[in-house]
Design a protein around this ligand. Sequence first.
Ligand SMILES: NC(=O)c1ccc[n+]([C@@H]2O[C@H](COP(=O)([O-])OP(=O)(O)OC[C@H]3O[C@@H](n4cnc5c(N)ncnc54)[C@H](O)[C@@H]3O)[C@@H](O)[C@H]2O)c1
Length: 346
Amino acid sequence: MSDRLGIGVLGLHEGHTLLIGLRASGLCRAVAGCDLSSAKRAQALESTPELFVTESYEEMLGRHDVRIVAIYTPDAHHAAHIEQAFLAGKDVICTKPLVNDLSVANRLKELAVQTGRRLQVGQSTRFGEPFQRQREHFEEGRLGELEVVDAHYNHRMDWLYEKSPWSISETHWAYLGLSHPIDLVTWYLGPIREVHAFGTITALGTRYRLETPDAITVNLMGESGRIGRVLGNYGFHELPKARSLIECQLMGSKGTSIARYPELRFTYTDGVKEQDEDYEHSMTGYYSRHELKGMHYGEFCNYADYFASKLLSGEPNSPDLTEGLETVAVMDAVVRSLQEGRSVSI
Ligand SMILES: NC(=O)c1ccc[n+]([C@@H]2O[C@H](COP(=O)([O-])OP(=O)(O)OC[C@H]3O[C@@H](n4cnc5c(N)ncnc54)[C@H](O)[C@@H]3O)[C@@H](O)[C@H]2O)c1
């Protein structure tokens, strides 16, 4: 057990998911947790009695058993918390969005070089079963030449505004929500040349006094000439059963595939008929934990173990700091396009 890499978790709301998720880990173990809220620290101790908990980030960073720091604080704090962790000699997992301000990019890249530390973006959707299966098919060339990518993340968010008021005023949906589908599109298209975004504030967004759009659609053009499309609506009434919160559809010269979250379904055409891989029954215990009926346990454990394996082998990881910041540059371009009302270059 003590051979496993020790993880210190900062921010124990979504970070609590990682504490539970790591129970299934083969390479990591949760050793410490930090939150300003005594209630969050108490909850963490209840689920994970062996955990060291503190309200002081400095104290957690000073611990020798913390090899990796996993950051789950509000979006606007990620950059400062990554910087502190690098300077304390820790490798970092940072939840999505990596940062919500592109002006910090050079400083973070310099610090990574100066300290020799590495970072994994906790890009949960990529690490879910259907999206991993879809990637395998893509890498095996089963779709032929990939030509068009269409991804969305639609989720009614009044519960989030009530729980986390920072989500109303301290970030932008181009980062907070669109980070999922924009990451999926850039994963497949590679570097993006140009984006054109349109946005609107929904009735639900108006009710919560949002000042920037909570429904955004984006067209993307890759350097390769291939195209993509992204939609995020965080104010709609309800989602029809036929559609999933997150979907990624790949359209290639020889086939099409679609990965869905949270249904854990992967569907593809093989030239003859449609095939459906349904992981709902076999993997709910891992991804949602039957007893907890929660979300993200499996994806968080997957990316922690993946990062640990890359740290141990010395191989590169993805998305790392550079790739993560390139995706942030796309989100930054979405915000500029919304403000300027025209298509913009990255
Ligand atoms: N799919 C995913 O990967 C996923 C899902 C949900 C949230 N997130 C991300 O996780 C982050 C947190 O979201 P959340 O819903 O848990 O927010 P939240 O507001 O519920 O929780 C944030 C926690 O951070 C703590 N905190 C803030 N500043 C701190 C500091 N300086 N030191 C210690 N603790 C501090 C707060 O007390 C709070 O408990 C966000 O960036 C969000 O985008 C990712």
